[in-house]
Ligand binder design. Structure first.
Ligand code: MN
Length: 164
């Protein structure tokens, strides 16, 4: 009888241990999901952005490589001014929900995993959605000159309905 009980208790202990172990693995995977690849960097202090945004420069353009790469984090509601890039830009959405709009087109709603190609000399803006922060990696051609900054994105423009 005693032996039987011990086997039973041992079986329960093994099941509990295995289940704890599984939970631990799940937590670790979840933590990895929540950990972003690039750091947030410094708060952007110029007036090219409305609201709070952060920039971590990953790659500066130089004489051998004319493309710069930066990780930009927008707090909910934060966005760039309207602007254009003489050599265009590619945006890779790293996390959250954001917006991208080209002049004369509908605002696009962006989600983690989306990639956007912004044509050269095309006025546009990008930023976070109203409720969710947004993290993007911006890959910008610099060989034809610096970004041209335009008007502030008004609340009316920002709040206009978007498309997925
Ligand atoms: Mn841009």
């Amino acid at each position: 009888m005693m032996k039987h009980d011990l086997k039973y208790i041992l079986a329960i202990v093994i099941v509990l241990f295995a289940s704890c172990n599984t939970n631990q693995k799940k937590e670790t995977a979840q933590q990895q999901q929540n950990t972003l690849v690039f750091s947030q960097g410094e708060k952007i202090k110029n007036d090219n952005f409305t609201g709070t945004a952060y920039l971590k420069t990953l790659i500066d353009a130089d004489s051998l490589n004319s493309i710069s790469v930066g990780n930009v984090t927008f707090e909910p509601g934060a966005r760039s001014r309207w602007h254009s890039h003489p050599a265009g830009q590619i945006l890779l959405v790293i996390d959250g929900v954001g917006y991208y709009q080209e002049k004369g087109k509908f605002k696009k709603i962006l989600h983690k995993g989306d990639a956007i190609k912004c044509p050269p000399n095309t006025p546009h803006w990008h930023g976070a959605s109203a409720d969710t922060a947004f993290v993007q990696v911006a890959i910008t051609g610099r060989e034809k000159g610096e970004t041209v900054w335009l008007n502030v994105v008004t609340d009316e423009e920002y709040n206009a309905s978007g498309r997925n």
